[in-house]
Design a protein around this ligand. Structure first.
Ligand code: ADP
Ligand code: MG
Length: 726
């Protein structure tokens, strides 16, 4: 079947596709967390003593003894079996940012050969999945490759069902035999405790008597594309790389903004409702759904949760979305830039810190100039973004995200922080050693008596900032849609811990006396110094403008790191090593392994794409274009024979672009054959500049051919088909 026939068939299939019919949705209280071993279920199943111990671990991170683990394991097994599970799996999160699982049966056979089930505390606590094929950044040499997973009781266990059976899933850490973190969860948990420890010191100095354990929170907005699988399966680039490596722009893109917040199509809505029901059963509080700016692009945002749980839930959400899309006849693309020329997808990581005694420490309240705790924590974030901007850039660096950052749709690759006019005004005063008052939002009165007036927000939002204060939290907007949120959360918690440690030291000397006035004076003094040293990171203007790019680098000394090759090497910087070591979040070896894993992933991703570019150009586009050229040549010859005028311009253009494309393919092949780059840094730069440059060159010719070759001969589903036909 020629490409065009398969495209026509795909259109036919989609035209006749119905939205998947779902059972009538059950009310939230009937399905909420039914597949989760929640504290409520533990309370029913455990003794009072065991439950109290478990609750304390969940709420404060206190140690859990082996006998309680045994009791919890038994209750967990009974519950899981009652839900139809016959397998269990420690779910872990290797450094690649993926989720990993290895399933084990509850089954053992006894002396008489009868099958019985077994699940002890020690099986719950520790698994040994080997997992030695995961990239480990040289931490595990093959002859010492033992790796363990260990239960994280602070993230609830849950059950995943499919048609044939169910599996009990136990969120876990993943460590080497030598005790080094091989995953994202260990450093995330450590970063949270480092932040708590530092925050405790500061809050005590601020005169707080009763300070509960602090926890970081996260609410991640996830953007994604849905493409009908009838089309997607005809595109090797979408199947293997998750993005289109070729494709001319459709005549209509997103210029009308008509997709943004538009009415949701029935097939898409049915997909969304299906995912939401599954998420609710898994205890994931899906809250917002809408069409995004690009055609075929959508967003889901759950309500925020404790960062560690939110990170596990985010991974699970991505799995549920990808699986459910298949069921509905779509492919769910979470790549950062699946289609050129229209918006890519990001993940906005909303983040804050707080506890049960002081509340959300990034909530300014109605009088921020009087909320000293808020000012201290907000100041600590400003210092963090300034001092560790390159780290924030490095933890969101990936081959996919390179296409977004720095292009004029997504946050720039320069890390600055947006505070909004009200809070920026307060920090401007502090920089001058004052703290007098602040702007107020006032009331929004439209002069329409039928519209009830409401309170106006005191600050606007700025969509062009990579790191923005949004009322009671910071929103890290430059995160890639395919990335784990754990990396950014680790970086944010750790930089905050470091800043709070610095602030604590400064406050010790700056606060002279115990009175409120003395504390206020001390805080102003410390924050004034902080703003003098780090205020350069605060920026309220247009982050996309060329003026900012110029000013940020030249006047403010901020780093502009457009590619992963520029950003990742900062993980080797002495200041970053010191940050992670002093806070106890990552040892030097653990940090070095992260550089290696991410560098390797970057290089491999680009190499896979480059191979695809060659094979698609040679085996799909070249044959189609040459066939068309042969057609044109034949027509021209017959026309001449008949004495009819025939314009050869198109034929010449096609011939020129075919030859240009094949020359570029040869150049790309040569570049790929190069060996011995000397270092990973150099190899990354080579991929970012030379390889990517040549891939773009091939694409330029191929996309031009798409504009000339007869549509019925074109082998690949087009942008128009993939983006607009659902
Ligand atoms: P927008 O699109 O305007 O940025 P959304 O409402 O789509 O906002 O998403 C905001 C996200 O921020 C939600 O996940 C929300 O739960 C989360 N959020 C709100 N408060 C906090 C907080 N204190 N800590 C972390 N996340 C928060
Ligand atoms: Mg947002």
């Amino acid at each position: 079947m020629s490409g065009s026939e398969s495209r026509a068939q795909a259109v036919f299939q989609i035209t006749n596709a119905e939205p998947m019919s779902l059972k009538k949705p059950k009310s939230l209280d009937k399905i909420w967390a039914t597949d989760v071993f929640t504290l409520v279920k533990m309370e029913e199943a455990l003794s009072k003593k065991a439950f109290r111990a478990m609750k304390k671990t969940v709420e404060t991170g206190a140690a859990l003894d082996a006998s309680t683990a045994d009791v919890v394991a038994a209750a967990m097994k009974d519950w899981a079996i009652s839900k139809g599970a016959n397998y269990f799996s420690h779910i872990f999160y290797p450094m690649t940012g993926a989720s990993a699982e290895k399933h084990d049966g509850f089954i053992i056979s006894d002396a008489s050969g009868k099958a019985i089930t077994e699940f002890t505390g020690s099986l719950l606590i520790k698994g040994e999945p080997d997992g030695s094929s995961f990239p480990n950044g040289s931490i595990r040499v093959t002859n010492a490759a033992r790796g363990y997973t260990a239960w994280d009781p602070t993230s609830p266990a849950y059950i995943m069902h499919n048609d044939k059976g169910s599996t009990l899933c136990i969120p876990s850490i993943f460590i080497s035999w030598t005790g080094e973190a091989l995953d994202m969860k260990v450093p995330l948990l450590r970063s949270n405790s480092a932040m708590d420890k530092a925050a405790q010191k500061v809050l005590k100095l601020m005169g707080e008597k009763n300070v509960a354990t602090l926890n970081s929170s996260c609410g991640a907005e996830q953007e994604y594309f849905l493409v009908d699988s009838n089309f997607a399966n005809l595109r090797p680039d979408l199947v293997l790389a998750g993005r289109t490596l070729f494709g001319a722009a459709a005549a209509k893109g997103q210029e009308f903004d008509d997709h943004y917040f538009g009415a949701i199509q029935p097939r898409i809505l049915s997909f969304m409702q299906d995912t939401e029901e599954q998420l609710y059963k898994l205890g994931i509080p899906a809250k917002t759904r809408h069409n995004e700016v690009a055609p075929g692009q959508f967003e889901i945002a759950p309500y925020y949760e404790a960062a560690n749980v939110a990170a596990d839930h985010q991974q699970l959400l991505m799995t549920v979305f990808k699986n459910t899309a298949k069921k509905h006849g779509f492919i769910c693309l979470m790549h950062e830039k699946p289609f050129a020329g229209i918006n890519g997808s990001g993940k906005h990581v909303n983040w804050s810190v707080g506890n049960s005694t002081q509340g959300n420490l990034l909530d300014p309240g109605t009088t921020p100039h009087d909320n000293l705790n808020f000012l201290i924590f907000c100041g600590a974030v400003i210092r963090g973004v300034h001092k560790y901007g390159p780290l924030l850039r490095a933890v969101i660096a990936s081959a996919g995200n390179d296409h977004r950052l720095g292009a004029n749709e997504a946050p720039p690759a320069i890390l600055s922080v947006y505070l909004g006019s009200q809070i920026e005004g307060v920090f401007d005063q502090i920089a001058e050693g004052k703290l007098d008052g602040c702007d107020e939002g006032g009331i929004m009165d439209m002069g329409l008596s039928q519209i009830p007036p409401f309170a106006k927000d005191p600050g606007d939002r700025n969509r062009t900032s990579p790191f923005a204060f949004t009322g009671n939290r910071f929103e890290f907007r430059a995160v890639g849609s395919d990335q784990s949120v754990a990396g950014p959360l680790i970086a944010m918690n750790t930089m905050l811990a470091d800043s709070l440690n610095w602030i604590a030291e400064e406050l010790e000397t700056a606060i002279d006396g115990k009175s409120n006035a003395a504390i206020r004076e001390g805080v102003i003094k410390v924050l004034k110094k902080l703003m003098k040293e780090h205020g350069a990171a605060v920026f309220g203007g247009d982050g996309y403008s060329s003026e900012w790019h110029e000013m940020a680098v030249k006047e403010r000394g901020l780093k502009n790191l457009p590619t992963t090759a520029d950003a990742l090497p900062y993980l080797k910087d002495d200041s970053i090593k010191a940050l992670f070591e002093s806070t106890g979040v990552l040892s030097e070896t653990e940090l070095a392994s992260r550089f290696e894993v991410h560098a390797e992933k970057y290089i491999l991703s680009i190499e896979v794409e480059a191979k695809l570019v060659q094979s698609m150009a040679k085996t799909s586009i070249y044959p189609a274009a040459s066939r068309y050229l042969a057609d044109l040549a034949l027509t021209a010859a017959s026309a001449t024979e008949m004495g009819v005028d025939f314009d050869n311009a198109t034929a010449k253009n096609v011939a020129k672009n075919i030859s240009g494309m094949m020359k570029s393919v040869t150049k790309l092949e040569k570049a790929m054959a190069k060996e011995g780059h000397g270092s990973e840094e150099k190899h990354m730069q080579f991929c970012a500049n030379d390889v990517r440059g040549l891939m773009d060159e091939v694409r330029g010719f191929a996309d031009a051919l798409e504009g000339d070759v007869a549509d019925d001969m074109w082998p690949l589903p087009t942008y128009q088909e993939m983006l607009f036909i659902k």
